[in-house]
Design a protein. Structure first.
Length: 355
């Protein structure tokens, strides 16, 4: 139960740190020097409607606005009739803003007061009349990482990761997605040659309702250092979003997994697990992304044999394609191998390129 105590401790710290700092999707600067934060409800007919959780709703004459930043997804229409679905960032000069189109990632620098209207996407779209399935294409990322492992073994290694994601939408609602991840790392022990290990995973997720989805994944691993020739983990499960928007999400996960392990020394293991857990993702102005994953995975036939995993990850973008990630992973095994410890810890620092 040490894993659960640690989990409660971490949740308490996160709640304490985040609660005093509410996340605001927009920043508005006025001619008198006042700066207002909140959520843009709309901007029509020369009036900006801003919603703040503390002071409530307020209406602002748009002529009094000298600067506007908006990280939420809205439909933005310019005075020349051009319409884009995206967000607003700072411009090149004072009195200008940059409109970023979410679909094409195109950027348009315009005068602040050339914005004719800002409305919610659902208000600007006609009801869906067709069942056309659309996709935004594959998003790919390759990373070079330094990894430090402590616990049952102490080692340093270099790592190469590749990730690819593709999302399909139906009537502008997320319908299903694919994720492909591969990892290859090597380490050098004292007096030995390089030891190779790696994994490959493919995940498919389809939404049954707006909040509920089912998942299927296949994970394959090998580890030369542990004489592990082949390890396959087949997972079938479901995810339920307690909360989800462009800036944060909380998802509950549950399912069943079949694990098959094959070793060099004719030692094969086959287990069925019932993993449960949750994911918390916090995106602060698309600059700092914090993600925490927790999973408790007991053996179906031996409840005293379980695995608890805590995965913390912080990501900070350098520019549009480069980013730095720091990941800390803690794994607790209730029944480790003979003469082995209960805990394994991994610390990774990654430099990533997205394309």
């Amino acid at each position: 139960m040490k894993g659960f105590r640690f989990l409660l401790f971490v949740i308490g710290i996160i709640t304490t740190l985040v609660a005093p700092f509410p996340l605001f999707a927009a920043k508005v600067e006025l001619t008198n020097g006042d700066v207002l934060h909140g959520e843009v409800v709309s901007m029509e007919n020369g009036t900006l409607h801003l919603r703040n959780p503390v002071i409530g709703d307020c209406c602002i004459n748009y002529c009094d606005v000298v600067d506007l930043r908006m990280d939420q997804l809205m439909t933005i229409t310019l005075c020349d009739g051009t319409s884009m679905e995206g967000c607003i960032s700072n411009g090149r000069e004072q009195g200008q803003v940059t409109v970023i189109d979410k679909r094409t990632q195109a950027m348009c620098v315009v005068d602040l007061h050339s914005l004719c209207s800002i409305v919610s996407p659902c208000e600007s779209q006609e009801p869906c009349q067709s069942m056309e399935l659309c996709t935004e294409g594959w998003k790919r990322k390759i990373s070079l990482a330094y990894s430090n492992l402590t616990g049952n073994s102490v080692s340093e290694s270099m790592e190469i990761d590749f990730e690819a994601k593709k999302e399909f939408t139906l009537c502008d609602e997320l319908h299903h997605r694919w994720e492909i991840e591969s990892e290859y790392r090597y380490k050098e022990k004292e007096g030995e040659d390089f030891v190779h290990k790696g994994q490959f995973e493919v995940l498919y997720e389809e939404w049954l309702t707006r909040c509920l989805s089912w998942k299927a994944s296949e994970e394959i691993r090998f580890d030369q250092g542990k004489n592990l020739q082949f390890r396959a983990r087949t997972l079938l499960g479901a995810g339920y979003y307690l909360y989800h928007n462009d800036y944060s999400s909380i998802q509950l996960n549950a399912g069943f997994s079949l694990v098959d392990e094959f070793y060099d020394k004719k030692k094969d293991e086959h287990n069925i697990h019932a993993p449960i857990g949750f994911d918390i993702c916090w995106n602060f102005y698309r600059c700092l992304v914090f993600e925490y994953e927790f999973e408790y995975s007991p053996d179906v036939f031996d409840h005293d044999d379980y695995r608890v995993e805590h995965d913390f990850e912080w990501t900070v973008p350098i520019d549009k394609v480069w980013s730095i990630s720091v990941e800390y992973d803690i794994i607790y095994l209730s029944k480790p191998a003979k003469n082995k410890q209960h805990y394994d810890r991994t610390f990774d620092v990654k430099l990533s390129y997205s394309f």
